[in-house]
Design a protein around this ligand. Structure first.
Ligand code: GRF
Length: 212
């Protein structure tokens, strides 16, 4: 069973979607900790309800980004995760963390990447006038929302959408996509091949594990 650590900055609805999927036995893993970057997040309240330990590493309490990152990395090391999930985590992780956990950090982003990376993805989609948007779960590399794509789910963009209504429609898909990606990772069914993530067939995978 894989050890999962999640990072969040606020509301934590994606955290909750993964924690619920774990509680329902749909993921071959357990969440050994939630790291939040500020005090009084709804994500932390939700984690407590699931009995998941919360580690508050308050960004404002550090004088440099480097010191903050050192604390994050030492907390991660102490939790020995197989998988790190960024679930609405609003800081960009430093290269040292990304290199240490290469191929083991995933992020959820509210657009169909490579369109509209970075902040306010829904606002960017509306400003551009696209008719379809959605969400992307991807492995994290050193760029902004630029790592290999694990899966995507699409939604229509309606004529009368504003960033809030589009965000709500996308969020429903995020809550399906993120637990699914975590589940695939925890079954060792994701294989990174250059920019592509190959999803191993479950039967093929079982066969390979049997013959290994
Ligand atoms: C989500 O839209 C996620 O894609 C983005 O930030 C939002 C976080 O929502 N990175 P929540 O905290 O999971 O409710």
């Amino acid at each position: 069973m894989k050890r999962i650590v999640m990072l969040a900055s606020g509301r934590g609805s994606n955290f909750q979607a993964v924690a619920s999927a774990i509680a329902r036995g749909m993921i071959n893993g357990r969440c050994v900790g939630l790291i939040v970057d500020r005090r009084e997040t709804l994500a932390a309240v939700r984690a407590e309800e699931f009995g998941i330990p919360v580690f508050t590493i308050d960004y404002s309490g550090f004088s440099t980004k480097g010191e903050y990152e050192e604390e994050v990395i030492s907390t991660l090391r102490s939790l020995a995760p197989d998988l790190v999930v960024l679930a609405g985590y609003m800081k960009i992780l430093g290269s040292s963390i990304i290199r240490e956990y290469a191929g083991r950090i995933i992020n959820i982003h509210p657009s169909l990447l490579p369109s509209f990376p970075g902040l306010d993805a829904q606002g960017q989609a509306l400003a551009y006038g696209v008719k379809i948007s959605g969400c992307t779960v991807h492995f994290v590399d050193e760029g902004t929302d630029s790592g290999p794509v694990i899966l995507q789910r699409a939604v229509p963009v309606l004529d009368d959408d504003d960033p809030g209504s589009l965000a709500e429609r996308i969020l429903l898909e995020e809550h399906i996509a993120l637990p699914e990606a975590v589940s695939l990772f925890c079954e060792d069914r994701l294989h990174i091949l250059g920019r592509a993530v190959i999803r191993l067939d479950s039967d093929l995978h079982k066969e390979r594990s049997r013959s290994a």
